[in-house]
Ligand binder design. Structure first.
Ligand code: AMP
Ligand code: FE
Ligand code: FE
Ligand code: ZN
Length: 290
């Protein structure tokens, strides 16, 4: 595959819209991707496919859209369980068990969000759960929405600060009821999708899983590892690349764009055409073309 200009295609396979914790509506996200010069974009909102239809409807000419999601998972091999993210591409959005599980996780996110807000309020911090939920506008709610409430209240200056240890990163951090990662891989494969481990070595976000687990996940159907991501140091990126080569997995690189909830821009990291072709070949859903 080549780009419209004949040079190497620019492929960004991990982005968020207002269907979860991004700040651009899906239609604006695909337009921004074209403006940024991308040839392929994946929309991967947390635990939802709600952004797919509006993104497809607004697809600019020449842009291809990979429909996906980022599943909130956990590995229970250590206590407490380690939370992790699984990108899933080109799966059947009507697969009953997967639909049910995504709905369950979204409900668990709301329940956790409400409990976090209760903890904050118990300490005299004036944030309102109904207000946070309303502002999420029906999108999958997450800590970035609570972070915005802390910013509005003048308690922190940025999302980054809101994720610090005094706030949502530790003191007011609560686990949510995530999907067991082996079950998630099984569900994504059953739904005809392609599972890729998002930012698997992002130690700056918290605990990460051992390489031995990644080998087990590969045996269970994991297809790829996200290597180039802003939360990976150069050494971590190299480590992920070497592990992928050892396990016969492909590697991806992506921005994990969240609009103004993060500073990273669309296309800041990109995926090679070879990995993209492997995803397209393995997925049950067609890539949409503008
Ligand atoms: P949640 O899914 O509710 O647990 O919140 C996790 C989300 O918060 C991630 O998907 C990111 O969008 C965002 N996030 C996590 N860590 C940070 C950070 N240090 N700075 C800004 N956003 C973050
Ligand atoms: Fe997010
Ligand atoms: Fe993630
Ligand atoms: Zn993400």
């Amino acid at each position: 595959m080549t780009s419209r200009t004949g040079s190497a295609p620019r492929i960004d396979l991990h982005t968020h819209s207002t269907a979860s914790d991004g700040t651009l509506p899906p239609a604006d996200l695909v337009r921004a991707a074209a403006t940024a010069g991308l040839d392929v974009l994946a929309i991967t909102d947390h635990d939802t496919t709600a952004g797919w239809a509006p993104a497809v409807d607004a697809l600019p000419p020449g842009l291809r859209l990979v429909r996906g999601a980022e599943l909130s998972c956990r590995w229970s091999g250590t206590r407490p369980a380690v939370p992790l993210h699984l990108l899933a591409y080109l799966f059947d959005p009507e697969h009953p068990e997967l639909v049910a599980e995504l709905g369950r996780v979204r409900a668990a996110r709301e329940e956790r969000g409400e409990r976090i807000v209760a903890l904050l309020r118990a300490d005299g911090i004036d944030v309102s759960w109904p207000d946070i939920l309303a502002r999420a506008g029906g999108g999958t709610v997450g800590r970035p929405h609570i972070a915005q409430a802390l910013i509005r209240a003048g308690l922190v200056g940025s999302t980054r600060e809101a994720f610090g240890p005094d706030w949502l990163g530790e003191r007011y951090r609560l686990p949510k009821d995530d999907i067991d990662v082996f079950q998630a891989i099984h569900l994504v494969r059953s739904a005809g999708g392609v599972p890729v481990f998002a930012h698997p070595r992002a130690t700056r976000r918290g605990r990460v899983v051992p390489d031995e687990l990644i080998a087990e996940l590969a045996a269970a159907g994991l297809a790829g590892l996200e290597a180039d991501h802003e939360d990976h140091s150069p050494a971590e990126r190299e480590h992920v690349r070497a592990l992928a080569a050892e396990l016969g997995l492909f590697v991806t690189g992506s921005s994990d764009f969240h609009g103004t909830h993060k500073t990273v821009q669309l296309g800041a990291f990109t995926t090679g055409a070879d990995a993209y072709e492997r995803i397209v070949a393995a997925g049950v859903t067609e890539v949409a073309s503008g």
